[in-house]
Write a protein that binds this ligand. Structure first.
Ligand code: 5RP
Length: 240
């Protein structure tokens, strides 16, 4: 009974059948997405891409009167925002935003992240760069000591694919072309396996400088400011 009450207090929506079981990964994602609403100020916000960001968009719909609109980090996010009646604004018309809310594929306690599992890394990085605060929303499975178990996505101009892949091998990685996938910007993605990223800022800088690379999915130079981590015991807030 006490546990049931705790689950309600922590914001997990449980039906009768699920009352005694642990929250699922989706429930943890939903809880962190709902917690992010407390970080949404009046005005315009940036919105990320992925399943956790989708839960955030669905929650945002409930308070849409509080904001003037959102800048989307992908076509998919723009469509979902519009379906909820949330105005989607052009970043060039907006300039700076107070907050950007997005998920991550991996995040460390120092708030460096790997992003781009959904392929939206370039627009995500651009929108994040225009936000004063990055609020990362993810379940506890995304917290790691060292980045790199999740293959690092690198968006590449198609004609540079082989050249960039050879350079990434020299850096110790095993790049694999994401087949059947084109980014919103018309480019391809190399997913780099086998990296043990001990210095994310240095590696981000090095890969950024390769000719033909559009964006590397390391978010270390512009890391998260707050991590709302969905856990089995509720949402924990980690800060830098
Ligand atoms: C998309 C991303 C996502 O934030 C990342 O892949 C996490 O997605 P999910 O919330 O579905 O686990 O970077 O490009």
């Amino acid at each position: 009974m006490r546990r049931e009450k705790a689950a309600i207090l922590m914001g997990f929506a449980r039906n009768d059948k699920e009352k005694t079981s642990m929250p699922t990964q989706d429930e943890m994602k939903q809880a962190t997405a709902r917690a992010a609403l407390d970080h949404v100020p009046a005005g315009i916000i940036g919105v990320g891409t992925g399943s956790t960001a989708n839960f955030f968009i669905d929650a945002l719909a409930g308070i849409k009167g509080r904001i003037d609109g959102a800048v989307a980090s992908s076509v998919a996010t723009a469509e979902r925002l519009k379906r909820h009646g949330i105005p989607v604004l052009d970043l060039n018309e907006v300039g700076e935003m107070a907050v950007y809310v997005d998920g991550a594929d991996e995040i460390t306690r120092h708030m460096a992240m790997i992003k781009g599992g959904g392929g939206a890394l370039t627009r995500e990085k651009i929108v994040a760069a225009c936000a004063r605060r990055f609020v990362c929303i993810a379940d506890e499975s995304k917290l790691v000591d060292v980045l790199g178990k999740f293959p690092l996505p690198v968006e590449v101009i198609p004609m540079a694919r082989s050249y960039v892949a050879r350079q990434l091998v020299k850096l110790g990685g095993n790049p694999v072309l994401r087949t059947g996938f084109t980014t919103d910007n018309g480019n391809v993605i190399l997913d780099v396996h086998g990296l043990n990223i001990l210095d994310p800022v240095a590696l981000e800088t090095e890969i950024n400088q390769l000719v033909g690379v559009v964006t590397v999915g390391l978010f270390a130079r512009r890391s998260a400011d707050i991590f709302l981590m969905g856990t089995r015991d509720g949402v924990q807030t980690l800060t830098r």
